[in-house]
Ligand binder design. Structure first.
Ligand code: AMP
Ligand code: ZN
Length: 488
């Protein structure tokens, strides 16, 4: 473990304050993040949440923790109204597209994985699916029934919120009072099965035409969305685990219900630190698929969308997201992305420059103190924007050394190189994609430029221009000089 690990503070949404981070088991962290419901392409809002938690995961690893990161795939039970009513989101899409639900699940799981790798997010250690854990879900429901916190009704099982609230405060995470919740919850049509409108489904009886259904002690049906996460997190991380993350919009009812289910089944609140990421907005409104106010990653990378003036690369978008704290909202605009692009280039350029700086006997800056600031920022509830500001202090210094206005010693150069790599590449997850690409392209480019050289020697200007224009269209510029041609 790194010494800095003892300084980490995490804002726990349940406590409503930053708390020193002490894992349940020394050296290990159990980490669960609610994954996507795979019925459509993930939009950039979804991506922000997953990128934020990727940064959290990366920092925990950097500190020396052995992290078990579990992020589920919701492939059944998430209903259209995000509660107990309406069609299953995946089944609905399958019906509209005349496909099997599992074809929908496969298509959008692949898209999700592809997008996450474009954003350089590390895959979780376990990625359980809800349909793969029906038995565990049935067992957990049975335990809640046995403990008297749920009841069966017409082949469905509901969680008895008022009964639970007699011994545990329901609403503690989202800061809601049960009296207000009761008076604000209307009795909806088709909910007669419930004893009270606030009760939520753990298991739902399936109508004959329903496709995704399983046998259970209560008849043929399917699990409730909230229950799935409780069952999967318990299976892989235990009845009590360290960190649970998700978007702010999942606090209520999803996470509130997870606390109730965990407590009702084994008597303990399941999570030590609750983390919630804030929303990505577009034109000031929450990015959301249902309102049409969203951009897909692909549309941003190609520039094919009605919101942005140009295309932006995945690394620029990731850097842009790191410029805001994960608990603040972030608004997506062309101008902000343009500025992020400049900043990203400047940062990556400095990382390159740092590789061959000249050293002297003494440094004109307190380099260890600067690196200490990097840790201080991240230990303060993963404050990436403050880290970025400190990284730009380093950029200024690096460029100063390059220009002969500042000096750096041999030892400080070595520590700064390590620290910049750790924080820029390993923790913020910003790899210089172009740099890696250039290495792979080099042998191909040697061949292409050789052919072009031959064409020029033969005064075949058509071919030579065709090659240069084709390369330009692919984003590669060729410069000719007396010594030959270079490319970038
Ligand atoms: P879903 O697939 O709808 O269950 O959402 C997957 C994740 O994306 C959840 O953690 C949501 O909180 C999160 N999410 C949805 N919309 C946004 C948004 N506009 N900004 C940030 N996170 C979001
Ligand atoms: Zn969940």
């Amino acid at each position: 473990m790194r010494a800095e690990a003892s300084q980490l503070k995490i804002y726990d949404s349940l406590a409503g304050e930053k708390r020193n981070f002490t894992p349940l088991k020394e050296g290990f962290v159990g980490f669960y993040v609610c994954g996507p419901t795979v019925y459509s392409n993930v939009h950039l809002g979804n991506c922000r949440t997953f990128i934020s938690f990727d940064m959290v995961y990366r920092y925990l690893i950097h500190l020396g923790y052995k992290v078990r990161y579990v992020r589920n795939i919701t492939d059944v039970g998430h209903l259209v109204d995000d509660a107990d009513q309406g069609e299953d989101k995946i089944a609905k899409k399958a019906r509209l597209e005349q496909l099997e639900p599992m074809e929908i699940v496969q298509q959008y799981s692949l898209d999700f994985h592809h997008v996450m790798s474009q954003f350089n997010a590390i895959p979780p250690n376990i990625e359980p699916t809800a349909t793969g854990h029906i038995i565990e879900q049935i067992q957990m429901i049975q335990a809640i029934l046995d403990n008297g916190f749920a009841y069966e009704s017409n082949g469905s099982v509901y969680f008895d919120v008022e009964k639970y609230n007699e011994s545990h405060p329901y609403g503690e995470l989202s800061g809601r009072k049960i009296e207000d919740l009761i008076s604000n919850t209307r009795t909806l049509d088709g909910q007669e099965e419930k004893r009270a409108p606030l009760d939520f489904a753990l298991w739902k009886n399936a109508a004959p035409e329903h496709i995704m259904k399983w046998p259970s002690p209560w008849g043929v049906g399917f699990p409730g969305w909230h229950l799935e996460c409780s069952a999967m997190s318990t299976k892989y991380l235990g009845e009590e685990f360290d960190i649970h993350g998700g978007g702010m919009d999942l606090k209520f009812p999803h996470h509130e219900c997870e606390i109730a289910q965990g407590t009702a089944s084994n008597g303990k609140s399941p999570v030590k630190y609750w983390m919630h990421g804030n929303m990505l907005t577009l034109n000031g409104q929450k990015m959301s698929k249902s309102t049409g106010n969203s951009i897909l990653p692909k549309e941003l990378f190609t520039g094919d969308n009605k919101f942005m003036e140009k295309a932006f690369s995945p690394m620029v978008v990731r850097f842009f997201m790191m410029q805001a704290h994960y608990r603040s909202t972030l608004d997506f605009t062309s101008e902000a992305l343009m500025a992020a692009e400049k900043g990203y280039d400047k940062l990556m350029e400095a990382v390159k420059t740092l590789q061959d700086l000249k050293v002297t006997n003494e440094s004109s800056m307190d380099v260890p103190a600067l690196i200490g600031q990097f840790y201080k920022a991240m230990n303060d509830d993963f404050n990436a924007p403050v880290l970025v500001a400190q990284l730009f202090e380093a950029v200024k210094f690096i460029n100063g050394v390059r220009d002969g206005k500042q000096t750096i010693s041999k030892d400080d150069l070595a520590s700064l190189q390590t620290a910049m790599h750790d924080f820029v590449v390993e923790i913020l997850g910003l790899e210089n994609a172009e740099q890696g690409g250039e290495e792979k392209l080099a042998p191909v480019m040697d061949l292409v430029l050789d052919l072009r050289q031959q064409a020029r020697a033969n005064k075949d200007w058509d071919t030579s221009d065709k090659i240069r224009d084709g390369l330009a269209a692919a984003g590669i510029t060729v410069k000719d000089s007396k010594e030959g041609s270079t490319w970038s």
